[in-house]
Unconditional design. Structure first.
Length: 159
């Protein structure tokens, strides 16, 4: 089975989870490619504007402009999509990636990284972007970098 792990990470939690997932899949004999979504316009890294701007982008699902997608997502059997949760929403970079990559008929696993959970609305929106595909599992991981010892155990549930 050919796996793709696509992720957008702002503070490093989702990148950490994506790398742990790749390691787990490969330990089970399932190759996995990592693909990082890079936004051209990110919120400020600190202060009030970090949350205000990031929340606004997420609530409006504004396209921050992403680098052109350079992979053929349809050449993979399973696609894992990792994202942070902003104001109970996925970042606009996720929507932009799905629109550009145009997956069709894929089994998808959604993984949301957050400070404290509440991924239901996030997963609902991303499911809407993935029409023509099947979301087979979802996982919410809170405070991944603060509790790295629990991440692999949680990821086992979606492999």
């Amino acid at each position: 089975m050919k796996n793709l792990i696509v992720y957008y990470s702002f503070e490093g939690n989702t990148a950490f989870v994506a790398e742990e997932l790749k390691e787990l899949l490969e330990a089970k004999g399932e190759p996995a490619d990592l693909y990082e979504i890079k936004a051209k316009k990110n919120p400020p890294e600190k202060g009030f504007l970090k949350f205000a701007t990031g929340g606004f982008y997420a609530l409006t699902q504004k396209d921050p402009g992403i680098d052109p997608v350079e992979i053929d997502i349809n050449s993979y059997d399973k696609v894992f999509i990792g994202m942070p949760i902003w104001a109970s929403n996925p970042p606009g970079a996720i929507k932009a990636f799905i629109k550009q990559a145009a997956p069709v008929g894929k089994d998808c696993v959604l993984i949301a990284c957050s400070g404290g959970g509440n991924s239901g609305k996030t997963f609902e929106k991303v499911r809407g972007y993935l029409q023509g595909n099947t979301v087979v599992k979802t996982l919410d991981i809170a405070a991944a970098k603060a509790h790295p010892e629990t991440v692999k155990e949680k990821l086992e549930s979606v492999i």
